[in-house]
Design a protein around this ligand. Structure first.
Ligand SMILES: [Zn+2]
Length: 174
């Protein structure tokens, strides 16, 4: 197997995601432990409520379980963008990805996250969107951006649409 694709597969596997809405802390921790998560990447636009998931409390909660906590608030999906997109999730995704690519602060945090993820750890992107559907939530759109950024670094095309983030990548890897 080409080393590039091996690197890409390894990179892709570093990122998992889960959501918080309606999930109590004990179940959240259980999910993280099942996924062997080493670090939680918080990409919520609003992160104050519920109080037990306030960044400070989240950090304490995770620390007890030996999980690192990193907050990237600028990688949240701003309310204004979500309002503009309404129920058009394709448009919502485009707005979000353009926002990350073009606005200085989100772009800076994106690059920080990319740099951070060179370590051999499992990272879990978390947000408050009540869904695990890749078409509907910015955690997956962010993961797609990360993968495409990695692809460009490896000399591959950087505009792959990753709807189902594992299934689409595997055939390319094999
Ligand atoms: Zn989301």
């Amino acid at each position: 197997m080409d080393k590039k694709y091996k690197d890409l597969a390894k990179f892709t596997q570093k990122f998992t995601t889960t959501h918080l809405k309606g999930v109590k802390p004990d179940r959240f921790i259980e999910t993280l432990e099942n996924l062997n998560v080493n670090a939680v990447i918080d990409v919520r636009f609003w992160n104050i409520f519920p109080l037990y998931y306030h960044p400070k409390n989240m950090k304490d909660l995770l620390e007890i379980h030996g999980i690192e906590y990193v907050l990237f608030q600028k990688l949240g999906n701003p309310t204004e963008l979500r309002r503009r997109a309404g129920n058009n999730f394709l448009f919502a995704k485009r707005l979000y990805q353009e926002f990350i690519r073009n606005k200085p602060e989100p772009k800076k945090q994106f690059l920080e996250l990319f740099k951070l993820s060179r370590l051999n750890k499992t990272y879990c992107l978390i947000c408050y969107c009540p869904t695990n559907d890749p078409k509907l939530c910015h955690r997956f759109w962010l993961k797609e951006l990360l993968i495409n950024y990695k692809r460009v670094q490896l000399g591959l095309s950087g505009d792959i649409e990753v709807q189902n983030l594992t299934q689409k990548l595997i055939p390319e890897v094999i």
